[in-house]
Every structure is written in structure tokens, then in C-alpha cells.
Design a protein around this ligand. Structure first.
Ligand SMILES: Cc1ncc(COP(=O)(O)O)c(C=O)c1O
Length: 459
């Protein structure tokens, strides 16, 4: 039997000729190996990951139907940037963002501009860049300084906005979330906005809690600021999750291009757009909201096509899957799928809220996501990280994590209900939660804190 060695321990033990030998883990081998052996090594290692269907931490799609999987396999070789070579995929991409512009009530969806991206992070970066360029072009034209741009957003923004501010040198002005103000709202925005504000980010579906920020109220506050001080500050809606929920579950909520101040909206096709990971979207209200000088041209059918994106090459298959979902479900299908996720979220939230130790921190009325906390002084013996670790032992990934800044001493636990978490699976999960609580309550004293998974929350 070969001895275990950190750097030489890849060893598929299936005993076929030539397999009983060590392979290097961190250096490229000189020789090749059979595809079956290589497959088995990778397959076996991936098998050790958590089960995606039980991953209630992620917002990202973990189930698509078999025809989607077939289409995926047939189209994995398409590079989205090769618009001239894959004109059908390019046309479908354009159709998809036009559909979104229409869904989000753009005044003239045929005359908007948008793009697919690798996810919401890239889409947010592009939205932020357009805000910055618009602001700096206007300032330059007025002979004013462009030295110190800032962007105003809640302290509960997803990390992509911190990245945007850092990478593109914009001061991030965080409005703290508190017990009284669980999201950004119109009240204290005035203290943060000035002539150097390139825009305000409003989140439709805050990552920590699933709550919607009141976009119309924020737009009205910015209208007042404009009247009082003359600053015309646009909004980017980060609708990573909510922009695929609100049009179906809350069609009367005004948060989108019905508000003139909303210049751009981004979303993740791979979250409630119901497509496997690697797709986001950003759309501008009108062509003029995206400064011309951010657009590049690629050749397309002997002509030129406008593109904007941070990466050049990226998979085209997810764009085709998005279109498949649009055709497959239509408005009615999306409404039914999102509603059934919300039904499951309501059921889970209600039952978890009934358990002695917990109180709900966010409702399930926005996206099918909710968070709860441990009641004050419920017990010294265990906390939500212990509960998370107990559930992990049964394969369920239900993260616990601290809230941001002003609420950082508060820990919450969150469930993201996605298509594929059926009522019956939810019932089984509840049973496990009840069992875990009974076990933790019955302990003599606190569990050791070492080795626990903490703050394991996925955006
Ligand atoms: C509100 C919000 N914005 C942006 C993102 C980043 O999305 P992506 O993972 O698609 O880059 C997330 C991810 O959860 C999110 O919740």
C-alpha cells in the first residue's frame, strides 16, 4: 500500500492496471492518464461537496428540467463574444434583454440597451460605471471637478458594490441598517447625497434578509433633493433576486423603469431567472442613460454590434437557457414557479417562527427568502452557528451570519427557497430543525466553539 503523502495522494483505488500509482496533486504530471481514470478522480472529489439541492444558502439555481440540461450540453461550446460566428445566439441575447426591458416597464423596450453578463456582480459594475461616466461627463461639460465621486447605498449591500467602489475609485457612502431602518429608505438619504453623488443603489431583495428597499420612496426623496439643491441623482436598482420576483408576485409595486429616476436595473438570470450559474443581465431605461463612450463595437453579420462587458469571452449557453426558460414558462409559468417558492417560504417561516427559541427578522412577503434570530437571552448554551452545524450533519446547508456594521452583534440564520425545494422536502427540513433544537436544548452545557463553521453565508 503506498504511504500517504500530501503532494502525491491522488490515487483512484479501482485497481485497474496502471492505477495503483501515485499522481501529483499540485504539479502537472509528465505523462497522460486514461480519460476514465481522470474522470473518476474529478468525479469522486466533486462528490465530496455539499448536495446542491440541499444548499439553502445559495440564491443560485440548483435545478433545471431535463430538456434544459440537454440544451446546455448541446451548446456549451458557444462563446458569447463570437457574435459574427454565432449570430443566432447573439440575436437571442438581444431578445432576452429586450424581454426584460419590457418586463421592467421601460418606456420603449425596442429602444433600450442592455447586455448579458456573467452574473449580477458584473452587471452591477457596468451599471455603476455608467453612473460614474454620466456624472463625470456632465461635470466636465459644466467645468466642475470630477475628483471625488461617491455612491450612496445601504450598509447591507452585497460585496460586489464594495468591489465596485474599490476597483473604480468611487467613495462608498454606506447608510447603516438598524433595528428601526432594516433597509435603505428615504429618511436619512439627504445626509449622504451631494453634488458628487453619481447615484444611489436600491436593492430589490437585500442579500441578508430578502427585503425590498422602497425604490419609489427613495426616488421621491431624490426628487425633493433635486428641487432643493439641484442635484439630479439617478438610481441603479440591484434586482439580483427581486427583479425576477416582483414582476410576477408584486406586479403593482412600482420599483422599475416606471420611475424615471431608475436609469438601470441589474439581475441574476442564475437566481430567480431560473438558469444554472453563469448569467446576469443589465438593462438601461433608455439608450441615452448609457454613455456612448462606454460602448465597444464587435463585428456582426458583416456590420458592427455594440457590446459592453468586463470580460471578452464567456459562455453563450446560459443565454440560450434563459431564452428557453422565457419560452417555456412565459409570465404565467414564472408566476406559478415563484409563487410556489413563496408558499414554501411562508410555510417554513411560519413554522420556524412558532418554535420557542426563534423570532423572524424578515418577512417572506418580498422574495422567497427569510431570516430569523435567536430570542434575546434564550440560552447561553447554543447559538445559530450550532444549529447550522447540526443541520449540516444531515446535509442541509442553512447558514448563520452576522448582520453588517451597526447590527454586527446580531446573528441571523437565513433560508433561500428556490425552485426545487418542495413542500415535502421543506417538511423534512423542519423535522430536522425541531430535532436539532431539542438536542441543543438538552445539552448539559455549551458546545465547544472550535471547529464550527461560522458566517458561512453565500450571496
Ligand atoms: C443583492 C445582490 N446583488 C448582487 C449579487 C451578486 O450576484 P452574482 O452572484 O450573480 O454576481 C447578489 C448575490 O447574491 C445579491 O444578492
Amino acid at each position: 500500500m503506498p504511504e500517504f503523502d500530501e503532494t502525491f495522494d491522488l490515487n483512484p483505488l479501482f485497481s485497474r492496471p496502471g492505477e495503483m500509482e501515485k499522481k501529483m496533486k499540485f504539479s502537472l504530471e509528465n505523462g497522460a492518464m486514461s480519460p476514465e481514470t481522470a474522470y473518476q478522480i474529478v468525479h469522486d472529489e466533486a462528490m465530496l461537496d455539499g448536495n446542491a439541492r440541499l444548499n439553502l444558502a445559495t440564491f443560485v439555481t440548483t435545478w433545471m428540467d431535463p430538456l434544459a440540461t440537454k440544451l446546455y450540453a448541446e451548446t456549451v461550446d458557444k462563446n458569447m463574444i463570437d457574435k459574427d460566428e454565432y449570430p443566432a445566439t447573439a440575436a437571442i441575447e438581444q431578445r432576452c434583454w429586450t424581454i426584460l426591458a419590457d418586463l421592467w416597464n421601460a418606456p420603449n423596450p425596442q429602444h433600450t440597451i442592455g447586455t448579458s453578463t456573467i452574473g449580477s456582480s458584473e452587471a452591477c459594475m457596468l451599471g455603476g460605471l455608467a453612473l460614474k461616466r454620466r456624472w463625470s461627463n456632465e461635470r466636465k461639460a459644466a467645468g466642475k471637478s470630477t475628483e471625488a465621486p461617491n455612491i450612496v447605498m445601504s450598509s447591507a449591500v452585497q460585496v460586489c458594490w464594495e468591489k465596485f467602489a474599490n476597483y473604480f475609485e468611487v467613495e462608498a457612502r454606506y447608510v447603516p441598517v438598524t433595528e428601526e431602518h432594516q433597509t435603505l429608505d428615504s429618511e436619512n438619504i439627504k445626509d449622504y447625497v451631494d453634488e458628487n453623488t453619481i447615484g444611489v443603489v436600491a436593492i430589490l431583495g437585500v442579500t441578508y434578509t430578502g427585503m425590498y428597499e422602497p425604490v419609489a420612496e427613495i426616488a421621491a426623496a431624490l426628487d425633493e433633493i433635486e428641487q432643493e439643491k439641484g442635484f439630479n441623482v439617478p438610481i441603479h436598482v440591484d434586482g439580483a433576486s427581486g427583479a425576477f420576483i416582483a414582476p410576477f408576485l408584486q406586479p403593482d409595486l412600482v420599483w422599475d423603469f416606471r420611475l424615471e429616476r431608475v436609469h438601470s436595473i441589474s439581475t441574476s438570470g442564475h437566481k430567480y431567472g431560473l438558469v444554472y450559474p453563469g448569467i446576469g443581465w443589465v438593462v438601461w431605461r433608455e439608450e441615452k442613460d448609457l454613455p456612448e463612450d462606454l460602448i465597444f463595437k464587435v463585428s456582426y453579420l458583416g456590420g458592427e454590434m455594440p457590446t459592453l462587458a468586463l470580460n471578452f469571452s464567456r459562455p453563450g449557453a446560459q443565454v440560450l437557457l434563459q431564452y428557453y426558460m422565457f419560452l417555456r414558462l412565459g409570465r404565467q409559468g414564472y408566476t406559478e414557479v415563484q409563487r410556489s417558492s413563496q408558499d414554501v417560504a411562508n410555510y417554513l417561516a411560519e413554522e420556524i417562527g412558532k418554535l420557542g427559541p426563534f423570532e423572524l427578522w424578515s418577512p417572506t412577503t418580498d422574495i422567497p427568502v427569510f431570516a430569523w434570530r435567536l430570542k434575546k437571552a434564550y440560552t447561553e448554551k447554543w447559538d445559530l452557528y450550532d444549529l447550522s452545524n447540526q443541520l449540516r450533519q444531515h446535509g442541509w446547508l442553512v447558514p448563520a451570519y452576522p448582520m453588517p456594521d451597526n447590527l454586527a452583534d446580531m446573528t441571523v440564520q437565513r433560508i433561500v427557497v428556490k425552485n426545487g425545494l418542495s413542500m415535502s422536502l421543506a417538511g423534512i427540513l423542519l423535522e430536522k430543525i425541531r430535532e436539532a433544537v431539542a438536542y441543543l436544548d438538552g445539552l448539559e452545557g455549551p458546545l465547544p466553539k472550535e471547529g464550527r463553521v461560522t458566517a458561512s453565508y453565500s450571496h
